[in-house]
Design a protein around this ligand. Sequence first.
Ligand code: S3P
Length: 183
Amino acid sequence: MTGNQDQLRPNLYIVGFMGTGKSAVGRAIAQRLDYEYIDSDNAIEKSEGRSIREIFESDGESVFRDLEKRFVEEGHPSLGCVVSSGGGLISQPGMLAAIQSKGPVFCLLASAETIFERVRGNKKRPLLNVEDPMARIRELLKEREPIYKNAGTEVLTDGRSISDIASHIVRIYRTESRSWGAR
Ligand code: S3P
């Protein structure tokens, strides 16, 4: 696609804490819009040839954050994609502004209790692989709240189906994307 048509297909970004449903919602939206679906964690795992857990274990969090930065700056197409980001991606300076310049951003929100229920038993998240995951969730939520609150359109997910959340986001995206190229 070229010219004006491209301007109508800015990327759609989904951010939010771990366990807020970013991947499931992102996939549902991509299907509805007929966009490519990209998950930043999966893209990083693919380019590195190892899991997020392995990256954290062998190189530490700061190397993972650099990989997220590289993903945002040069690791994904700039049009026609639904991108779900890892929960901490926008906590790094400059990352939120970088994605906001590429397309509308939606931030999924959930209570600490809902998040805990959704992530419990899943060992794939190094930051929650601690003795008291609930305390860690509360701590990280508090720390990141200011950045999530300013990220973009906030979407509450507690008690809502994936399909309902996806429809809600697609409706807003369609309106926002109409004026995106004219900004
Ligand atoms: C992280 C969230 C994870 C993953 C990594 C760090 C975070 O992604 O990027 O474990 O800092 O919140 P999900 O939000 O998809 O679980």
